[in-house]
Design a protein around this ligand. Structure first.
Ligand code: ADE
Length: 225
């Protein structure tokens, strides 16, 4: 998967890709991320990329021309499955959306700033809009980092244990069951006995029960109740 990220602030997006699973995916060639700064596409001698909103009001708006030039240049180089704008009024990211987007080969991610982008960018250049939740961030970069992490870890071969993404919370519509590791007894706080029994079918049943119980208690909405 190739991800081209259009952002005024690439430094906000560096460290999430420099550690752990995502770093390994990049190093292993499973994913590549490239940054593009709209300022490099500004025709203005001051490298201006934002302007006052027509009709007045607070805040600045990202101008269409630098974004169009940047996106057009990228599209000349390869075909894209989607041009995604990170925005609080997009469709809310969830596991089914992450699963679906993990199948993309080439995508462009556009990070907005200030009041957002000129509506014509959304109407004519963007093909999908994604929010990471009902709250407003200072820009799309942190949302893009969350989105990239959620899809890169699902690319086949990225997680060491191929089955471990399947046992994530939400992957089967349920929260994940509790997990434990050694020691079996810490300060008298004990690991459930069944987990140390070696009885795999019984452990599987216990995990299913706990997943259901936890979902009923914490997220009954997931069960449609
Ligand atoms: N940009 C600002 N807030 C955002 C959010 N909640 N999701 C995606 N992009 C955003």
């Amino acid at each position: 998967m190739r991800i081209d990220i259009i952002t005024l602030f690439p430094e906000l997006l560096q460290s999430p890709f420099e550690a752990s699973i995502v770093k390994r995916a990049l190093q292993g060639g499973k994913a590549e991320i490239h940054f593009h700064n709209p300022r490099d596409y500004s025709s203005n001698k001051y490298k201006q990329v934002d302007d006052y909103p027509y009709g007045g009001g607070a805040g600045m708006v990202m101008m269409i021309e630098p974004l169009d030039l940047c996106i057009s240049q990228l599209k000349k180089e390869r075909d894209y499955d989607a041009v995604i704008y990170m925005t609080p009024d997009g469709e809310t990211l969830d596991q089914p959306i992450a699963n679906q987007c993990s199948l993309y080969k080439n995508i462009i991610l556009l990070c907005g700033h200030y009041k957002g982008v000129d509506q014509r960018v959304r109407d004519h250049l963007v093909t999908r809009e994604i929010s990471i939740g009902d709250f407003v961030l200072s820009g799309g970069e942190l949302a893009a980092a969350v989105f990239c992490d959620s899809i890169i870890r699902l690319i086949p071969g990225v997680l060491g244990d191929e089955s471990s993404a399947l046992s994530d919370s939400f992957q089967d519509g349920l929260l994940a069951p509790p997990i434990y590791t050694r020691p079996a007894n810490y300060k008298g706080w004990e690991v459930p006995e069944i987990l140390t029994s070696g009885n795999t079918p019984a452990v599987d049943r216990w995990r299913e029960e706990k997943a259901l119980e936890r979902t009923q208690r914490l997220r009954p909405d997931l069960l449609g109740e």
